[in-house]
Design a protein around this ligand. Structure first.
Ligand SMILES: Cc1cc2nc3c(=O)[nH]c(=O)nc-3n(C[C@H](O)[C@H](O)[C@H](O)COP(=O)(O)OP(=O)(O)OC[C@H]3O[C@@H](n4cnc5c(N)ncnc54)[C@H](O)[C@@H]3O)c2cc1C
Length: 464
């Protein structure tokens, strides 16, 4: 079959990989100039690794990613490390997650014990001054239950706010989970279902992974592999509409690109295909294919999401004196963003010309002022907070900054969300849709995008 894929992110590329293996002719239209989508990176002069525009890491449990890396012969380039994640409490930062071997300062064999992650969390919780012994026990027991259970369908019937306050207690909820929910979901925080939180606790490991050269290098390698296998990857190709035509009982889909206004040779436009997979946001999908029936368009419209704003600062020295990687920041304590992530406490600074790279990131509704603020205004709003990570921080440490904004960054899963997800196979014969909003109950992530790409590819090659 002749198949088009809209988007060269993790979902589109993974689907292309499967479709090529099954012998189909695949064309990928990508609006940007490189593969990787939300996980793409950039390189400043003097860097030998690229840096993701939005902070990215993999988990040791990301089996779909590891399988794909194996299949394309780059598994040896996926590397893992154990950076420290900390939470804020009354002016200081405390580790609450980490590998058991670092908590016990013992051999790495302890990390292979069953529930080693939960044991490590329990031991760290004992040292956390925000909790008393009862808090630690509730946190440990409820946390262990979440790791052991697979029954997420029960958990999606209640909100994370209700479940966590009830089972972990108001204090544990208020100190650890409420800031995360408010930071990530803003006005929707108390409506997010418990299956979302379950999936985060279940699937995440203290070991974090990246790719030698950065995520962009992984997507470049994947794209090159697909091209060698015969895929046609067209960059700078923004799809503007997809129309279905029924000629003598045969459905064809016509993909039309926005006219190009540069010197690049234009691909044939429009082109027709037997199957089309769209991997953009639900909002854009509805715009591209207005022929979709009203109930499918309605389901797309019901999918809520938040955007992300990230400021990256290149510093001439390390920010976190303790070498912490990920800082969860409660906005209630006056931080202007949700997370501070010192990338070079995960990937050594020598890959970035000795610069120390710090992400300041937040998730927000797209009408939030951060989306319309100038880069200069965002710098003025965000950078003073670095003094709370290291009181010696001074603006003169900042060598360069970059700002990235993305309107579709974090899908919001409400109670009973599984009943409201539109199926990948749309009612228009041959047209498929796969996006971050559909990897549920898992939280969005490249691993789950790859899994979704694989699953949708299998579905696409069945009868229209
Ligand atoms: C702030 C942030 C942090 C994250 N952190 C992590 C992390 O630590 N680990 C992790 O694994 N994942 C992380 N993710 C999630 C991860 O980036 C996504 O789950 C994954 O990249 C989604 O891939 P996708 O292919 O579904 O979508 P996308 O990556 O969005 O790909 C869609 C592609 O479609 C293209 N496109 C859009 N419109 C058109 C059009 N009209 N025509 C042609 N092409 C078009 C886009 O340019 C894009 O390349 C993070 C995401 C964000 C926003």
């Amino acid at each position: 079959m002749k198949i088009a894929i809209v988007g060269a992110g993790a979902t589109g590329l993974a689907a292309a990989h499967e479709l090529l293996k099954a012998g189909h002719a695949v064309t990928i239209f990508e609006a940007g100039q490189n593969p990787g989508g939300l996980a793409a990176g950039f390189k400043a002069p003097g860097w030998d690794w690229s840096l993701e525009k939005f902070y990215h890491h993999w988990f040791a449990s990301d089996t779909d990613l590891l399988r794909l890396a194996d299949e394309i012969g780059v598994r040896h380039r996926v590397i893992y490390n154990r950076p420290t994640t900390v939470v804020y409490y009354e002016g200081r930062f405390y580790p609450l997650d980490g590998a058991l071997s670092t908590v016990l300062r013992g051999g790495q064999w302890v990390d292979r014990l069953p529930l080693s992650g939960s044991i490590a969390r329990g031991l760290l919780a004992l040292r956390y001054p925000g909790f008393n012994l009862i808090d630690v026990m509730r946190y440990g027991l409820a946390g262990a239950y979440l790791v052991l259970t697979s029954n997420w369908r029960r958990l999606e019937e209640v909100t994370a706010h209700d479940w966590l306050s009830r089972w972990m207690g108001r204090r544990v909820y208020g100190l650890l989970f409420q800031p995360l929910l408010y930071g990530k979901f803003a006005e929707y925080a108390e409506q997010v279902n418990m299956a979302w939180m379950w999936a985060r606790i279940k699937a995440r490991t203290p070991m974090l992974g990246t790719y030698i050269g950065g995520f962009q290098a992984f997507f470049d390698d994947l794209a090159a592999h697909l091209q060698q296998r015969g895929a046609r990857l067209v960059y700078g190709a923004r799809v503007e509409s997809i129309e279905a035509e029924n000629s003598a009982g045969e459905y064809r889909l016509t993909v039309r690109l926005t006219a190009q206004h540069n010197d690049q040779p234009s691909p044939a436009n429009p082109q027709s295909f037997d199957r089309v997979l769209v991997t953009t946001s639900p909002r854009l999908m509805a715009k591209l294919a207005p022929q979709l029936p009203g109930d499918y368009l309605g389901a797309l419209g019901q999918l809520k999401s938040l955007g992300a704003v990230v400021l990256i600062a290149a510093l001439d020295r390390q920010l976190s004196r303790a070498g912490y990687y990920w800082h969860n920041l409660p906005k209630s304590a006056g931080f202007p963003f949700l997370a501070l992530c010192e990338h070079t406490n995960f990937v050594p600074a020598h890959h970035f010309g000795g610069q120390h790279l710090v992400y300041c990131g937040d998730y927000l509704p797209v009408d939030h002022p951060y989306f319309s603020m100038s880069d200069e205004a965002l710098r003025a709003a965000f950078l003073p907070a670095l003094k709370r990570i290291n009181p010696e921080f001074d603006a003169s440490w900042v060598r360069q900054t970059w700002v990235f904004k993305e309107p579709y960054a974090q899908p919001v899963p409400f109670v009973n969300h599984s009943h409201n997800i539109p199926p990948a196979k749309t009612p228009l014969p041959g047209l498929f849709f796969a996006s971050m909003s559909q990897v549920y109950p898992w939280d969005r992530g490249t691993n789950f995008a790859i899994r979704l790409g694989r699953e949708v590819a299998a579905e696409m090659t069945g009868p229209a």
